[in-house]
Design a protein around this ligand. Structure first.
Ligand code: ACO
Length: 402
């Protein structure tokens, strides 16, 4: 990408959106057979009923590439029209190169700058804000923003407090420059490092490089202080969203739909309560995917638009929180034809996209032993793209306790 800055007033509109979820489903009943938990506890405390698990041949880059190409098809542009690729993830394929670089090649782009963004579950919102800065400053015309995660390979399936929460998937948007007002209107990003060790993955980095001992100690898995994280989330999500709404010169009642990070139905209910809004303003799909970290907001956004929950002119707020602690929100005025998304999704089959593998090297079997049985059973095939879990209710209608 060559940098060009002409300082003219520009707006960054969402012109494309797409998502991908692996076919294999891990239900609460499956988890009952692995750890001391039960479906009722998980549903009551989190709202999650099932989550997706990537197959052995899938990676963060492969899922990201499918979602990205779908977003590009929805936008009606070519892969080479993309000037910059920002990929938010805490589960990259490798420490280096960036997963964004692999995606660039897989989608057939030859000219974009590509980099990963590390802000955990807030990563997509951080990447969106960065993309918006590039577009509105005139430094990029089309930016591809992706959130993709393969969390099931970083979970301890003997730790019931974490393994029930997370799942795999990817979502993406294209932000495009336009002279007409619309797109991102208001923004808020926060980072509170006091929470740095509330959700973390201790080993594998410079502080504690991988070794037989770090493996024995189980330090390559996600650890979390659930209650502290819950407290942070309920305190921060509503205030972060409110700051982004006020930054747009609006008030909560002006917002047609919130796309909150899909971590826990009780956290989303607390946001609605904090903003004095009914739950029907909150989009919820965590019952079907669990927490997919940086992928959760773009998957939810794409599904909400494809389901007809967003109309041209609507105000939408994307809002997330995550490890760091980080949080972020963007108030968006929607301007794209919502009908384009389903055709964009249908235009790209997962097998259409190949991520190049290294020469003379192969990974070990990536499927966690605890999931081997689940992964061996036949998965749903040819899942309709507008109904990812046939027969499931469209939205979560959950009885939850405080
Ligand atoms: N099944 C059954 N019982 C369980 C389970 C389980 N899966 N997990 C925990 N319990 C038990 C606990 O051991 C505890 O038992 P005790 O009272 O005998 O000690 C009891 O249930 C209550 O545990 P709490 O942790 O208080 O349960 P809580 O209601 O807080 O729910 C949860 C736990 C769901 C993890 C909640 O705290 C939460 O959602 N926190 C936020 C997590 C989150 O969103 N993380 C993602 C951050 S995003 C990112 O960047 C990765």
């Amino acid at each position: 990408m060559s940098v060009r800055s002409d300082r003219a007033q520009r707006y960054a509109h969402v012109t494309g959106w797409g998502r991908y979820a692996p076919a294999q489903v891990l239900t609460n009943r499956d988890l009952e057979r692995m750890v001391d938990t039960d479906d009722e506890w998980i549903v009551q405390r989190t709202g999650i009923r099932e989550r997706r698990v990537a197959a052995a041949h899938e990676t963060t880059a492969s899922m990201a590439s499918v979602a990205a190409l779908r977003a590009i098809r929805t936008a009606g542009i070519e892969p080479d029209d993309i000037d910059m690729i920002l990929l938010a993830t805490l589960t990259p394929d490798y420490w280096m190169p960036s997963t964004a670089a692999l995606v660039k090649e897989a989608i057939g782009n030859t000219r974009a700058a590509a980099m990963d963004v590390a802000a955990a579950c807030s990563g997509f919102v951080y990447a969106y804000a960065t993309a918006q800065a590039y577009v509105t400053s005139g430094m990029a015309r089309h930016v591809l923003v992706i959130g993709a995660e393969l969390l099931t390979r970083f979970l301890d399936y003997s730790d019931r407090s974490t393994c029930i929460l997370f799942g795999d998937g990817a979502g993406a948007v294209v932000l495009s420059a336009a002279d007409e007002p619309g797109g991102g209107l208001g923004l808020e990003l926060t980072t509170e490092p006091q929470g740095a060790y509330m959700i973390w993955l201790p080993a594998g980095g410079a502080k504690s490089p991988p070794s037989a001992e770090t493996i024995t100690r189980g330090e390559h898995y996600i650890r979390m202080e659930g209650r502290e994280t819950y407290r942070f989330a309920t305190r921060t999500l509503a205030t972060t969203a409110l700051a982004a709404i006020e930054d747009a010169g609006l008030s909560p009642s002006d917002i047609d739909l919130f796309i909150p990070h899909q971590a826990n139905i009780r956290i989303i209910e607390a946001v609605a309560k904090g903003l004095d809004l009914p739950m029907d303003r909150m989009y919820v799909n965590l019952d079907r995917y669990g927490n997919t970290s940086a992928a959760s907001v773009p998957i939810a956004l794409a599904e909400a638009v494809n389901e007809g929950r967003v109309k041209v002119g609507d105000h939408v707020v994307i809002v997330a929180f995550g490890a760091g602690f980080t949080s972020g929100a963007v108030t968006i005025q929607w301007t794209a034809d919502p009908a384009r998304g389903i055709a964009g999704d249908a235009a790209v089959k997962p097998d259409d996209v190949q991520v190049r593998l290294p020469v003379d090297w192969d990974s070990v079997d990536p499927i966690p032993a605890a999931l081997a049985e689940v992964m061996a059973r036949p998965g749903p095939v040819d899942v309709p793209l507008d109904d990812v879990v046939p027969g499931e209710p469209e939205h979560a209608h959950l009885e939850v306790s405080e």
